[in-house]
Design a protein around this ligand. Structure first.
Ligand code: SF4
Length: 161
């Protein structure tokens, strides 16, 4: 099954991915509505995009009290069904990665749905920092988390790297 792979070393923080995502999801260019977000460590010129990696545990799906999150059989993405979602936001709390959001305009939960198999963030990224490739399991999260952890520690110590 194809999954998103994020390669922070290639990211320049141009935020094209956020703009493309928000446009596909909402019809507007609002990074605050994007379902992919970019951690910015400006002083270190280091950036780390992140989004739902469609984890097999799917706490969001398990926690939803009205079964409004389902697996898209075509892509394997966990998808919020707007017509079922009651906007209780339990899924946003259940996700340990912070990649399920609440849209205050629609009063629905929102999360990455892989754009139905043609992810806009992948197409928009000029540096190929986001790939959509065949993978058994997402293989990037551990190294991504290690990088973010290192950057946060460096930031807290007031240093540059
Ligand atoms: S589009 Fe690519 S390079 Fe630009 S911020 Fe997103 S991941 Fe980084």
């Amino acid at each position: 099954m194809k999954q998103l792979r994020i390669i922070p070393d290639k990211c320049t923080s141009c935020l094209q991915c956020e703009l493309a995502c928000s446009f596909v999801q909402t019809g507007t260019f609002q990074p605050s509505r994007s379902l992919i977000r970019v951690y910015v460590f400006d002083e270190q010129a280091s950036y780390a995009p992140y989004t739902c990696f469609q984890c097999s545990e799917a706490w969001c799906m398990t926690a939803c009290p009205v079964n409004a999150i389902a697996i898209d059989p075509a892509t394997g993405a966990k998808v919020v069904m707007d017509n079922v979602c009651v906007g209780c936001a339990v899924c946003t709390i259940a996700c340990p990665y912070g990649t399920v959001f609440y849209n205050p305009d629609t009063h629905k939960a929102v999360k990455c749905d892989l754009c139905g198999g043609d992810p806009a963030c992948v197409k928009a990224c000029p540096t190929d920092a986001i790939e959509y490739v065949e993978m058994e399991q997402p293989d990037w999260l551990a190294s991504w988390a290690q990088r973010v952890d290192e950057r946060f520690h460096t930031m807290q110590e007031g240093g540059h790297q």
